[in-house]
Design a protein around this ligand. Sequence first.
Ligand code: CAA
Length: 260
Amino acid sequence: MEFCNIILQEEGRIATLYINRPKALNALNEDTLLDIKAAVEYFGGSDELDVLIITGAGEKSFVAGADISFMQDMNAIEARRFGMLGQEVFRLIETVEKPVIAAINGFCLGGGCELAMACDIRICSERAKFGQPEVGLGVTPGFGGTQRLPRIVAPGIAKLLLYTGDIIDAHEAFRIGLVDKVVSSEELMDYVRRLAMKIASRGQVAVRFCKVAVNNGLQTDIDRAMVIEAELFGLCFATEDQKEGMKAFIEKRTADFKGK
Ligand code: CAA
């Protein structure tokens, strides 16, 4: 596939998407968002790929936000359209029925933090910095930040970050639950690849159902959420993976899942 501003690498059943504009600290312009959209659609539709890792090219940055030069002269209609494109692409990441892991290697600001929050799991290096600095530019976050941040961290902490635009380090991000694990910079990609491979070794129908159950369950009341879980749990018993997984346990061997 041809991309302008990203690199998509495939290794076994794992794909790694590098946002690749290091000179602009991987800021997101329209072309970059369209590249991400095409890559996620390809990943979602591929029978060969199970897990997607999203990271930033270069040493310094995951993504330092939406591209300020690109947005500077927009009118209200253009900005609304750009915001909706970012929202659509990040919602695609959130809803694609396969796991997506953010490997956060540096600045994770504004649209970058919003991108990371759309991923299922966030692992960062000790060098990572997080924040929603948009109010310092006279705007609100526009790619889902006002909605996902208070769903991930406590609403008061979300408002603290949104109203001040303060930038926090990796350990503070871990403390408030914005990231799930902090590792050293040298370890980051190895750690995330090992995690992706572990997930890919499990029954993929079940992994994907877990994503659907968590996402859909969080959006509804507990009674309806339990119905969602029961239906997906039941459906697992129509898969070859369930037969193989339970047979392998009884026979004391490693399961050979086919994702069917
Ligand atoms: N958009 C466009 N270009 C950006 C950028 C961004 N978000 N962030 C950094 N860059 C560019 C800089 O303009 C600079 O380019 P030049 O070399 O051509 O001057 C290059 O990347 C390197 O940046 P700095 O020289 O500023 O690097 P630094 O180490 O001194 O500072 C930083 C790093 C603290 C991340 C700083 O670059 C910064 O504050 N960036 C902006 C962060 C931000 O405000 N993000 C939110 C954007 S708005 C948004 O995301 C809205 C939304 O929700 C949709």
